[in-house]
Write a protein that binds this ligand. Structure first.
Ligand SMILES: C[S@@+](CC[C@H](N)C(=O)[O-])C[C@H]1O[C@@H](n2cnc3c(N)ncnc32)[C@H](O)[C@@H]1O
Ligand code: SF4
Length: 347
């Protein structure tokens, strides 16, 4: 199964075909924008916990591990990947790229990992270090990890850049940088206000459209650009949405729809199940108390979300109706938490 194929195919509800799992909420970064549900949660899901859930989902096709920085629990990630591979389930890991080394790459390859997805919002160590409040040693680790992943004969590499104030002027630069590393799949993730963290969005729709235009004009012909969560900013009845459609005709551009709640759920490190961690972190149950399939089939919250908060035109949830240009209190959110001591990969 190709990267984002469920989103590209616009799979509808009726069967739970994908889950995203926050194996751990621990992280070695404290990104201001982080939309992870609760980075202070210290419970961890074991391979057995996850295998038990997987065994109850007959239609499962894809498992994505995304925390926190899930690779801080490397053995568990490896075990889950190997289990999924044995069941023919596609796997993806989302990582900040700072805790990998050659030995870990070899183990992920042996376990059968399909997709490795890296966050990349900068092109040099100094601005990366300043933005994330980490040492300049982190950036080359990420760049080396991306390059190593690209060289892998079995792993499909994706780089993701968030479109927000920090990156809006340098989207083409980040794109060319990633393409220069050999990356052929570049995901552009719309910034989502992390209401639960007190973090507001930083761009309005016109600015987003302008940045998307520049980005598409700059597209390296060897790459495909995937745009995710566009409906957070575009109302399908607006002029900007119509203008966006023209841009999306570019053959190297993919509009990734939203399948959250319809065909995908999020499993948090304490067993809580959410409709969508970033956009709609409503908890609909806990896997240590209720069967996940039962939540999917019976949760009134989930039914209401799918029936009332998705729309046909964008095939996505319509956050733009809820909180147009919203600003929330306590900007900064996670930056208020202390930056943890680094336990990066062995040099
Ligand atoms: C929560 S992170 C976990 C994985 C890993 N620690 C990382 O940063 O890549 C998963 C993805 O969500 C994205 N993300 C986090 N907060 C976001 C926000 N407020 N809006 C849009 N994307 C966000 C990150 O860029 C990352 O690609
Ligand atoms: S977005 Fe940043 S803080 Fe959040 S999990 Fe990823 S690396 Fe950690």
């Amino acid at each position: 199964m190709a990267f984002k194929s469920l989103e590209v195919d616009r799979v509808t509800g009726g069967s739970l075909r994908a889950i995203e799992i926050g194996v751990t909420s621990r992280c070695n970064f404290r990104c201001d924008y982080c939309g992870a549900y609760d980075l202070t949660e210290r419970k961890i899901l074991s391979v057995d916990d996850v295998a038990r859930v997987i065994d109850t989902l007959p239609d499962l096709e894809r498992v994505k591990l995304s925390g926190g920085e899930v690779l801080l629990e490397f053995d568990i990630c490896e075990g889950i990947i190997a289990y999924c591979t044995s069941k023919g389930i596609q796997t993806q890991i989302n990582s900040n790229g700072t805790v990998l080394n050659e030995e870990k790459f070899a183990r992920l390859e042996a376990a059968g990992l399909d997709v490795l997805h890296f966050s990349l919002n900068h092109t040099d160590a100094a601005s990366h270090a300043a933005f994330y409040r980490v040492t300049e040693k982190m950036f080359p680790k990420i760049v080396n990890a991306v390059s190593r992943s690209v060289a892998s004969p079995t792993i499909d590499t994706v780089v993701e850049t968030i479109l927000f104030d920090e990156t809006r002027a340098r989207m083409p630069e980040v794109h060319r940088f990633a393409a220069g590393l050999g990356v052929t799949k570049h995901e552009v993730q719309m910034e989502i206000p992390s209401v639960h963290q007190g973090y507001a969005n930083t761009m309005d729709t016109e600015a987003v459209l302008g940045a998307i235009t520049t980005m598409i004009e700059a597209r390296d012909p060897r790459t495909t650009i995937y745009f995710s969560c566009l409906s957070a900013y575009f109302n399908p009845r607006s002029d900007t949405w119509k203008r966006l459609q023209l841009l999306l005709r570019d053959p190297g551009v993919i509009y990734a729809s939203c399948i959250e709640g319809k065909a995908q759920l999020h499993l948090h490190s304490n067993g809580d199940v959410m409709i969508c961690e970033l956009g709609n972190p409503d908890v609909i149950g806990n896997v240590f108390e209720t069967d996940m399939l039962r939540m999917y089939d019976e949760s009134p919250k989930l039914r209401e979300f799918v029936q009332k908060k998705h729309e046909e035109e964008t095939f996505s949830c319509f956050r733009h109706f809820d909180k147009p240009g919203q600003k929330v209190a306590n900007p900064g959110g996670l930056s208020l938490l202390p930056i943890p001591v680094m336990r990066a990969a062995s040099e």
